[in-house]
Design a protein around this ligand. Structure first.
Ligand code: FES
Length: 289
């Protein structure tokens, strides 16, 4: 849910929705052809989203630029101009990774979340261009030129606004947050139904109040969390193929054996459960590491 400030500023700005949807559709079409790139930029290999990591590098590098430039403006000849320029380009490099990874995470959003993310991305793109302009002026002119420094300071002001909206995406909308983060463990073996009553394939059950996907294949039964870690999709409505479940919402894939992510956009694994069958009754508990 959006914070009251964002709701007031962007809540009614529906004019952004059409370009946002068209952009998300174009990114989705791109990734249908190039799935491995999506996993790389979502951060599946990292075990959590890549975007905050590269964003931190850009924000840190540009904060250094701001501090050095302010010192340079207050004390001409302080000798920090070259260090500021190097930090600026490091920030630009990180910003490229940040824009690409952010767009990859954002493409699977909807409604107000999509609109806020679109404006956040546009703002960050403008900020990046301002820093590129500032960096080029430092290359072709004096490295401690006042116009380059002022453009950098302007970029930092935009960075604060864009960063605020980025925080809203994570903390207001829970974008790319593990949707099982607050789920309790099933600490003891808990009965979920008789094996004879389970259909072959995907079944939804609950144990100790937790939503669980139970998969029966003959006499073999496996179980993982039913709520997709990416954005909360119902896995029991997905599809099953060779021990891998595909989420019906955005196509994340999870291995039944241990809940691990086989394909993004999910980056966090599913809760995984041990299963035993006692006198025909299926019992599960959270898998112990
Ligand atoms: S909710 Fe997005 S892939 Fe499952």
């Amino acid at each position: 849910m959006a914070s009251p400030l964002v709701d007031r500023l962007i809540g009614r700005a529906t004019g952004w929705d059409r370009p946002a949807r068209a952009t998300a559709d174009a990114i989705n079409a791109f990734y249908r052809a190039l799935r491995p790139v999506q996993g790389l930029l979502n951060g599946r290999w990292l075990g959590h989203p890549l975007h905050p990591l590269v964003t931190d590098v850009a924000v840190g590098a540009w904060t250094v630029v701001l501090v050095f430039d302010l010192i340079g403006l207050a004390q001409p000849g302080a000798g920090l101009a070259t260090a500021a320029a190097v930090s600026l380009w490091l920030g630009v490099l990180a910003a490229i990774g940040s824009l690409l990874s952010g767009a990859t995470d954002w493409k699977d959003t909807y409604g107000l979340e999509q609109r806020v993310g679109f404006i956040h991305g546009l703002l960050m793109a403008v900020v990046s261009l301002l820093y590129v302009l500032s960096g080029v002026l430092r290359l072709v002119g004096p490295v401690d030129g006042t116009p380059a420094r002022l453009i950098g300071i302007l970029g930092f002001v935009g960075l604060i606004g864009g960063g605020f909206l980025g925080g809203e995406m994570a903390f207001g909308f829970g974008s790319m947050v593990d949707h099982n983060a607050f789920r309790d463990a099933v600490s003891e073996f808990t009965p979920v139904g008789r094996i004879a009553d389970l259909g072959v394939g995907l079944n939804y059950v609950e144990a100790a109040g937790q939503p669980i996907l139970v998969v029966r294949d003959g006499e073999t039964v496996s179980a993982i969390g039913d709520v997709c870690s990416h954005a909360g999709g119902p896995l029991h409505e997905g599809t099953l193929d060779h021990g891998v479940v595909t989420c019906p919402w955005h196509g994340s894939r999870f291995r039944l054996g241990d809940g691990s992510v086989v394909r993004s956009p999910a980056t966090f694994p599913q809760p995984s459960y041990e299963v035993r069958v006692t006198d025909g009754m299926v019992e599960i508990r959270t898998r112990r590491l």
